[in-house]
Design a protein around this ligand. Structure first.
Ligand code: PMV
Length: 326
């Protein structure tokens, strides 16, 4: 029998060109491609073991998983059992270095770690592209967290999604950028990214979003290759702001920002006007993430930290792909 227990670690990622909207909701197939940077130290460790017990046991950060969060992991275990031809129930524990459900991509790190640990524990030995496709089923953005550094997730055209996988564009060491994340509130978000994407795709602005993404992807790839922060930052900022603009025009409207979110954006723009290249990105939550060079990170962190009601500021660097720990 293959080993029935495995532990893996994966890191969150920040999308520089966002994934926002699906072409197939059941398979988490995206309407467009996306490009991200995997982030140290935003890691999640997951252990999975099959066998024993009448029901799946899922502990997230030491607490039994409840509601939709637990259901997502359970559905993912069912998928693993189907792929591996196993029937036993599983015990899953995940532990993260980051708060969950507030827009810091904890689900990307969790499902990438679960895909690696779960597939090994179930006796499967998947290559990174297949792992990426598996992680995608748990959370779309998890497809990218299988790889380190700069990563592109391809939209793919196949109805079964087998070509909708991520691949590395450049290793973490290619470019020592920083992402400074300002946590403006650690309250859990009211609208999940799943729900947000559904609303956004019904927005009258959604077709414009889809049309723009190809050009953004090409510009981001070139900027990463040439280590051109100005070019990459402007694309990343545009992608994020356009994503949120689409939501504003939806019915019902979608607005993840809080007051301090807007204040952080203005402070970053002021820094830029004074000559510090720094560019904002915002995901499905109120937190603000700022892309900058390593030597500018302390200045950016201090500026964000001064914004009233910013709870904490985290400085992240390019991180590695998913790794097996045991
Ligand atoms: O992977 P999900 O379903 O959590 O969606 C992620 C959506 C964004 O973080 C807003 C964008 C992205 O590409 O990561």
């Amino acid at each position: 029998m293959p080993p029935a227990t495995a532990t893996a670690r994966a890191h969150a990622n920040l999308a520089l060109v966002k994934y926002w909207g699906k072409r197939d909701a059941a398979l988490n197939l995206p309407a467009t491609g996306s490009i991200s940077l995997t982030l140290e130290p935003l890691a999640v460790e997951a252990s999975v073991s099959f066998g024993g017990g009448e029901a799946d046991r899922i502990l997230i950060d030491g607490e039994p998983a409840e509601g939709e969060e637990g259901e997502r992991v359970r559905r993912f275990l069912d998928l693993l059992r189907t792929e591996a031809g196993r029937r036993e129930r599983a015990t899953v524990t995940t532990r993260g270095a980051l708060p969950r459900g507030i827009g810091l991509a904890s689900s990307a790190a969790s499902f990438a770690a679960l895909a690696l640990a779960g597939s090994r524990a179930a006796g499967l030995r998947l290559e990174p592209p297949a792992l990426s496709a598996l992680a995608r089923r748990g959370s779309g953005s998890a497809a990218r967290s299988i790889f380190g550094g700069f990563v592109e997730w391809h939209r793919g055209v196949r109805p079964d999604g087998l070509d909708s996988i991520a691949e590395p564009l450049a290793a973490p060491g290619h470019w020592d950028l920083r992402v400074v994340a300002a946590v403006v509130t650690s309250a859990r978000k009211a609208v999940s990214s799943r729900e947000g994407m559904q609303r956004a795709t019904a927005s009258p602005f959604y077709p414009a979003w889809v049309t723009e993404v190809e050009a953004d992807l090409a510009a981001a790839r070139a900027a990463i290759r040439g280590r051109d922060l100005e070019a990459l930052g402007l694309v990343a900022e545009h992608s994020a702001l356009t994503m949120h603009a689409v939501g504003l025009a939806a019915r019902p409207p979608l607005l993840y920002w809080r007051g301090p979110t807007v204040e952080c954006v203005h402070r970053v723009w002021a820094l830029r006007a004074e000559g510090t290249p720094a560019f904002v990105s915002i995901d499905a939550g109120p937190q603000v993430k700022v892309l900058c060079e390593a030597d500018a990170a302390p200045r950016v962190a201090a500026t964000l930290g001064e914004v009233p009601s910013v709870e904490r500021v985290l400085v992240c660097r390019p991180g590695p792909g998913a790794e097996l720990l045991a």
